[in-house]
Write a protein that binds this ligand. Structure first.
Ligand SMILES: Nc1nc2c(c(=O)[nH]1)N[C@H]1C(S)=C(S)[C@@H](COP(=O)(O)O)O[C@H]1N2
Ligand SMILES: [Mo]
Length: 437
């Protein structure tokens, strides 16, 4: 161990005690709960830190790290995935910085990677890859990718895929696991067949209630009897016409790091339902109980709990559709822009099983909102493009916040939503920092 004091990042500091961090970093006195707005020396310190005066300081809530300081990236790269942030390298977990999510279809090299185990052996002939369907079916099947291509209707759809833990880094107290910030999400163009057709060929028994998915990736311990992860979905989701077995992505063979030769795609649900390197679908007569289905995994407290609460497993329920969310993909955070011309802001919004109905942007910390243009999705489950021209009233430091609302009228929260023990489903508004000059 070195004698040096550990360098503390601003996130660590804010995670521990946001109001105290405000005081430590900017000299903001934590008075009257959350209404300790920044004035005097504290305001001057924060302005120095963000590099400009802060016109809307009166709306900037206490205990909020300015986005100018909160978002950092590293340059460590994995072949074929250059530009992604390495959150973990054993197992490999790669996050996409927001600006690399700007395209309507996320390029393969920019599509995030989330692994729970080790990588499986690569194969020479993807068409020869096979998997089995067994359990509560009339005719257990073994099918190759070549069989899928030949015997079932081939379809191509766009769909967003988001890790259930995307945004985990925002929770306080922090949750164990990859500290995903914003980019454990992407919108791919997927080619394959409907899982429903394959299940119909196997013939579901009336006793079928859930799927259980298995992949070829070894457990971190290398114990061959332990799956790295094995999740599943209720039969209704498995039979949804957008739930697929996928061998192609963006017009290419499904890349190895994203589950090639063959994966499940259960759009709109936590990414963990979309098993990579698929070897088996076990049709179950009960809720699947593989690793990742039980205990606290991919579950949320049934009722809201105070941050830090120890929640008994009996109070946890399985996550299904992901909540409404958006990401600002242009401009990048911490850029200088012109104060005299409107700034074109854009990004994408999505809402799990739902559609996005409206997106709003704010330049005054949510005090007022401007409606953005919102495109229809390319198809159900594709993310939706939003754009807005914002005009700054003055020069100085501003934040641009984006907030999407789904077709049931449910909005993204402006700040971190319900704390939960494993840090899932943080769909708070994305905000970026700009200095207008
Ligand atoms: N076999 C296997 N499938 C898996 C995983 C895994 O670790 N092993 N991770 C899951 C999780 S948690 C997510 S979020 C998605 C991520 O898909 P991607 O790596 O293609 O982005 O894959 C899912 N499928
Ligand atoms: Mo995930």
């Amino acid at each position: 161990m070195s004698d040096h004091k550990k360098e503390r990042g601003i996130r660590d500091l804010y995670a521990e005690d946001p109001e105290r961090a405000d005081w430590l970093v900017f000299g903001r006195v934590p008075d009257q709960g959350r209404r300790g707005f920044l004035k005097g020396a504290g305001l001057a310190a924060m302005a120095a830190a963000v590099g400009a005066s802060i016109p809307f300081a009166r709306h900037l809530p206490a205990g909020l790290i300015p986005a100018a300081l909160a978002d950092t990236t590293t340059d460590f790269a994995i072949l074929g995935k250059e530009g992604l942030i390495v959150r973990n390298d054993r197992p490999i977990n790669l996050e996409t910085p927001p600006t690399l999510l700007d395209a309507d279809v996320t390029p393969i090299k920019h599509f995030f990677v989330r692994n729970n185990g080790l990588l499986p052996e690569p194969v020479a002939d993807p068409d020869a890859w096979s998997f089995t369907i067994d359990g509560e079916v009339e005719n257990p099947l073994t099918l190759s990718v070549a069989d899928l291509k030949r015997d079932f209707e081939n379809i191509t759809i766009q769909a967003q895929l988001e890790c259930g833990g995307n945004g985990r880094a925002g929770y306080n107290p922090p949750a164990r696991g990859n500290q995903w910030a914003l980019g454990a999400v992407g919108n791919g163009e997927w080619t394959g067949v409907r899982l429903a057709e394959v299940l119909n060929k196997a013939g579901l028994k009336p006793s079928a209630v859930y799927t259980g998915h298995y992949g070829a990736d070894p457990h971190l311990s290398q114990d061959p009897n332990k799956p790295s992860i094995s999740r599943g979905v209720p039969i209704a989701k498995a039979m949804n016409p957008y739930t697929m077995l996928v061998w192609g992505m963006n017009g290419e063979p499904l890349p190895y790091l994203n589950g090639g030769p063959l994966r499940v795609l259960a759009p709109g649900w936590p990414g963990s339902c979309s098993q990579k390197w698929l070897t088996r679908i076990w049709v179950r007569d009960r809720i699947h109980d593989g690793p990742g289905m039980t205990g606290m995994s991919y579950r949320m407290p049934r009722h809201r709990v105070a941050p830090g609460t120890k929640v008994p497993t009996s109070e946890m329920e399985i996550m299904q559709s992901m909540p409404v969310k958006s990401v600002i993909t242009f401009p990048d955070t911490n850029v200088k822009v012109s104060a005299s011309r409107p700034l074109e802001v854009r990004g994408h919004a999505w809402a799990g099983d739902r559609d996005v109905k409206e997106v709003y942007v704010s330049i005054d910390y949510g005090a007022s909102w401007q409606r953005a243009n919102l495109a229809a999705p390319a198809n159900k489950y594709a993310w939706q493009r939003f754009s807005a021209a914002v005009q700054f009233p003055d020069s100085g430091y501003f934040e641009i916040w984006a907030r999407a609302v789904d077709d049931a009228g449910i909005s993204q929260p402006m700040v971190v939503p319900g704390w939960n023990p494993r840090g899932y489903l943080n769909n708070s508004c994305h905000r970026i920092a700009v200095v207008a000059a």
